[in-house]
Design a protein around this ligand. Structure first.
Ligand SMILES: [Cu+2]
Length: 266
């Protein structure tokens, strides 16, 4: 359908900054040791050998939508395949990722940040994840939409700290960290919507050390995390009020074995 010129211009001016804003985990620290992230914009593909960040064919760092929630790309991003190396770190220490693409995470993309971990498998469809941290709406300050985990991430150099569970048994694991942007969630039309909430998952290989005995139990396939139409994704009033105390973070419950320095919201 043809739009009037004025409507088209208005749409372009609304959408263009969002389209340019997407980014990815560009830098990684494991217990303070720095690694490059996997850059989906790096022209030097094939896959580099110096990053524990998983490869993705999602050149441009584009979002996934509710329609992708039960598809392979939700697991470790589109075309996700394992990194060549794993970042070593002791159980109970911090894995940190910086979301960057010329600039930090866009402030327009308010939403929760959620972290998962699975015992390593080279086949992403075999990974059984538990949720180890989640943070959603924080308070009604700062923005018309309120202050969210994504805003806390921006305030920390566009970075997010993930605590590897204390006492986790030594071994190779895949950490899956994810930002879910809700700024267009009101445009979602249901579980198979091709618009709406935007998912940005990134997987990172870690080699956990220590004498812990905790093994992952009750993990699930990432394709079962989300339906796409639950209240935390199919979200109509982000821009209407800064108060989202009733926001429910989507996905499974936090694993009983998780330990984090970040407080949870419901
Ligand atoms: Cu976006």
């Amino acid at each position: 359908m043809l739009l009037s010129i004025s409507t088209s211009v208005a749409l372009l001016s609304t959408l263009a900054p969002l389209a340019l804003a997407h980014n990815h985990i560009d830098e990684i620290w494991a217990n303070g040791v720095h690694y490059p992230g996997f850059s989906p914009n790096n022209p030097d593909l094939p896959y580099p050998s110096d990053t524990p960040g998983w490869y993705t064919t999602n050149l441009g760092g584009n979002p996934l939508y509710p329609v992708d929630a039960n598809q392979n790309q939700i697991i470790c991003a589109k075309g996700g395949s394992p990194a060549n190396i794993s970042a070593p770190l002791p159980a109970g220490t911090i894995l940190r990722g910086k979301w960057w693409q010329g600039s930090g995470w866009p402030v327009s993309h308010h939403g929760p940040v959620i972290d998962y971990i699975a015992a390593y498998n080279a086949d992403p469809t075999q990974l059984k994840f538990v949720k180890i941290a989640q943070r959603g709406w924080i308070n009604n300050s700062t923005y018309d939409e309120g202050y969210w985990a994504s805003d806390e991430l921006i305030a920390d150099d566009s970075s997010w700290n993930i605590k590897i569970p204390t006492g986790l048994k030594a071994g190779k694991y895949v950490v899956r960290t994810e930002i879910i942007a809700l700024h267009l969630a009101h445009l979602g039309t249901g579980a198979y919507s091709t618009n709406g909430a935007e998912f940005y998952p990134q997987c990172i290989n870690v080699q956990v050390s220590g004498t812990g005995t905790k093994t992952i139990t009750g993990g699930v396939d990432a394709r079962t995390f989300y339906r796409g139409d639950e209240p935390g994704l199919f979200f109509s009033n982000l821009h209407d009020t800064p108060n989202h105390a009733d926001y429910v973070i989507p996905g499974p419950a936090v694993w009983s074995g998780a330990t984090t320095r970040r407080s949870f919201t419901a």
